[in-house]
Design a protein around this ligand. Structure first.
Ligand SMILES: CC1=C(/C=C/C(C)=C/C=C/C(C)=C/C=O)C(C)(C)CCC1
Ligand SMILES: [Fe+2]
Length: 438
């Protein structure tokens, strides 16, 4: 088993900036034309230094160009400031999720990293390794920090560095933005201890800018849609995605949280960002619904038991209810599983998930009988999910749709609408996906 694990997670991948013609078995439909862009970690060793976690690896961009039945593959490392500084110093000099590093004292563009005493939140990495975002006609490599990097989708070259913080006060963001029917981006980020408040900010980036302002970037036209105050100033929720329906934005405030005091002192203590995340298994998970038209949050308090989740699958509205599907866990063992020291030949012993990914459907009634008694289930749709009226709000329990799936995708034309199909990888108790499910 050593070989496939090495191939999947270990070593440094070679880049192939020039197109390589792929061998096509069978025939590709002629309508299949365009470029498929992918992103992910590709380099985990720099000089004598190694990253600790798979999510730390330097971003390697991939493209598959489909043209007249042929496929061409290319790959290129994102030339982030992080990449350039690391390569120049021949060691890891920028901290990532699971690796704390100290800047090169001579050539230090990350000067702010040492200003941790005056800045609550230190400067983060621009190693955008998680996803690709489309903003109008432009493409950006993204991660979960305030930085994104524009890329050339044809050549995979690295272009401008955009700091969200110049346009909206957010320190971390999701790498799973949504798009509306006009191609505008909707994304969320957390504004940490800004003017004494910590909040979750929902923002919109227009897909096009007025003709006379063509020189300005679409980020200059970024609009804050709404902000949701965090339940805790110093322990905001960590989130990897959010949901939308035709009329609502769904934000799940889970008790898997960032500890801001720990983050602000991480450099002094020499600990990683990952160690600043903690799950409180006895707390509640709160649901927030924002009306997309009025930009106001639904005032009813909805909650469920503690959980950890990363991916929303899809969500929709039916008969006065919001129905949303997520893949959740009963603990935070998923991120721990990806420490590279465990992803070796003994991975089967080292990387047991202690919680299996479970696809859950919550059915939340927005219109219900206000005089219903405490203890009554307000769900009127045929589902085993419940939403029980309690004194302090509405306690929701999900219907279990299935177990053992992750990395869900849907036909995005059905985003926010009632849907039938999910494409996902089958994940049992180890980090090696074995099947694609449909
Ligand atoms: C660097 C950095 C972060 C990075 C998070 C990453 C890199 C998460 C990757 C998640 C993935 C790949 C999930 C897949 O389901 C945080 C924690 C936001 C906080 C501060 C700095
Ligand atoms: Fe993801």
């Amino acid at each position: 088993m050593a070989a496939p694990m090495e191939a999947l997670y270990g070593g440094n991948k070679e880049e192939h900036p020039e197109p390589i013609k792929a061998e096509v078995r069978g025939q590709l439909p002629t309508w299949l034309q365009g470029i498929l862009l992918r992103n992910g970690p590709g380099m985990h060793i720099i000089g004598d230094s190694k990253y600790n976690h798979w999510f730390d690896g330097l971003a390697l961009l991939h493209s598959f160009t489909f043209k007249n039945g042929e496929v061409y593959y290319r790959s290129k490392y994102l030339r982030s400031d992080t990449y350039n500084c690391n390569v120049e110093a021949n060691r890891i000099v920028v901290s990532e999720f699971g690796t704390m590093a100290y800047p090169d004292p001579c050539k230090n563009i990350f000067a702010k990293a040492f200003c941790y005493l005056s800045h609550t939140i230190p400067e983060f990495t621009d190693n955008c390794l998680i996803n690709i975002m489309k903003a109008g006609d432009d493409f950006y490599a993204t991660s979960e920090t305030n930085f994104i990097r524009k890329i050339n989708p044809q050549t995979l070259e690295t272009l401008d560095k955009v700091d969200y913080n110049k346009y909206v006060a957010v320190n971390v963001t999701t790498s799973h933005p949504h798009y509306d029917s006009a191609g505008n981006i909707l994304n969320m980020g957390t504004s940490i201890v800004d003017k004494g408040k910590t909040k979750y900010v929902l923002f919109k980036i227009p897909s096009s800018v007025p003709e006379q302002q063509k020189k300005k970037s679409c980020f200059k036209h970024l609009e804050v849609v709404c902000s949701i105050p965090s339940r805790s100033l110093l322990h905001p929720s960590y989130y990897h995605s959010f949901g939308i329906t035709e009329n609502y934005i769904i934000f799940v405030e889970q008790p898997f949280r960032l500890d801001i005091v720990k983050m602000a002192t991480a450099y002094i203590r020499g600990v990683t960002w990952a160690s600043c995340l903690a799950f409180s298994k006895d707390d509640k998970t709160w649901f927030h619904f924002v009306d997309r038209k009025t930009k106001k949050e639904v005032s009813t308090k909805f909650y469920t038991d503690a959980m950890v989740f990363f991916h929303h699958v899809n969500a929709y509205e039916e008969d006065g209810h919001i129905i949303f599907d997520i893949i959740s866990y009963t603990d935070n063992s998923l991120y721990d599983m990806f420490y590279l020291k465990n992803l070796n030949k003994d991975f089967e012993d080292n990387t047991k998930l202690t919680s299996i990914p479970t696809c859950k459907r919550f059915v939340v009634p927005l219109q219900f009988d206000k005089d219903a008694g405490v203890g009554s289930n307000l769900v009127t749709l045929p589902s085993t999910a419940t939403a029980v009226k309690e004194k302090d709000g509405i306690y929701c329990q999900p219907e279990i749709l299935c177990e053992g799936i992750e990395l869900p995708r849907i036909n995005y034309d059905y985003n926010g609408k009632k849907y039938k199909y999910v494409f996902a990888t089958e994940v049992q108790w180890s980090p090696v996906p074995t099947k694609v499910l449909f």
